[in-house]
Design a protein around this ligand. Sequence first.
Ligand code: PLP
Length: 370
Amino acid sequence: MKVRLSKPHIDKKDIDAVVEVLKSGTLSLGPKLQEFKTAFAKYIGTKHAVAVNSGTSGLHLIVKSMGIKKGDEVITTPFSFVASSNAILFEGAKVVFVDIEKTTYNIDPKEIEKAITPKTKAILVVHVFGQTADMTAIMKIAKKHNLKVIEDACEAIGALHKGKKAGTFGDAAVFAFYPNKQMTTGEGGMIVTNDENIATLSKSYKNQGRDTMAWLGHSRIGYNYRLDEMSCALGIQQLKKINKILKMREAVAKKYIKILGKNKDVILPTVLKTNKESWFVFVIQLKDGINRQGVIEYMKEKGIATNIYFPAIHLQEFYKRDHGFKEGHFPITEAISKRTLALPFFSELTQKEINYVCKTLTEAIKLNKK
Ligand SMILES: Cc1ncc(COP(=O)(O)O)c(C=O)c1O
């Protein structure tokens, strides 16, 4: 049996919608873009949505639209996908990492407060694996110190904190639609915000610095971060079934929890009572004394894909070389990132596949205990 790590949830309506765009002759900057961003803003509950060609582009444009620049500091987490802190570096600002909570793997609010200096401009929060960070505490700190808040909600569409949706807490947020995400547009992302200025500037920056309809009029330096019509058409269809997809993913997570709950060598994900997780990945921790690489290789031999979500960002080669980070700087992140393992996870994963993954994992652990 072969089991993939992730798989997009694509049906006939998705395929028909993309084909319809191809037949229409309007492949960029057309009606699907308008429809997608309007529907997305409505789903999240923000005034504005700006479609972009990736989550990374979205993060970059928020940082830039906030005027964050060289000399400024932004506090963020080292336990994330590298794009979240790279977005700060793109604009020449300083990345200030702080460590995470052991339970949720999200940025620890207590550490944030200790890292604030007169140069701090913003907190870039990541809702890791689809569980929101402690936005109650983080928004309190931001208000007290007059800091902007950026939510990297790339992994957290539909997630809730105290009943409120991820992406509605900070000044602006980004969602991402790479094919391993809960919903996909192939490549793609969406900025959401209630801030008129961030919306207007992001819209201009993503479209070569244009402000008006004059195609060759450029008010500022910009980029081509636009999302094409085929992607938008797919996004519209995916968004229509997002609640169904999230329910299916939750059911898969529950099946894993039921079986792996009995495995004493595995630490399961913790979802806090205040939160409703939008299951992006299913990441376990292997207890100390288990050779993770050996487990990965055994699973691979048996046809099962797994991955090491996330390696610590501060220990990536260029963060160490160019930004002075070292092993030992963020002990909780480092300890957790050495033990985590993402198992195959997608909406249509069957009970038979889940059983096979869990059984093989048990064998793999037995063979790799030191
Ligand atoms: C936390 C986080 N931030 C940013 C990104 C970047 O999104 P994209 O791959 O669409 O650029 C991702 C996607 O993998 C992510 O998981």
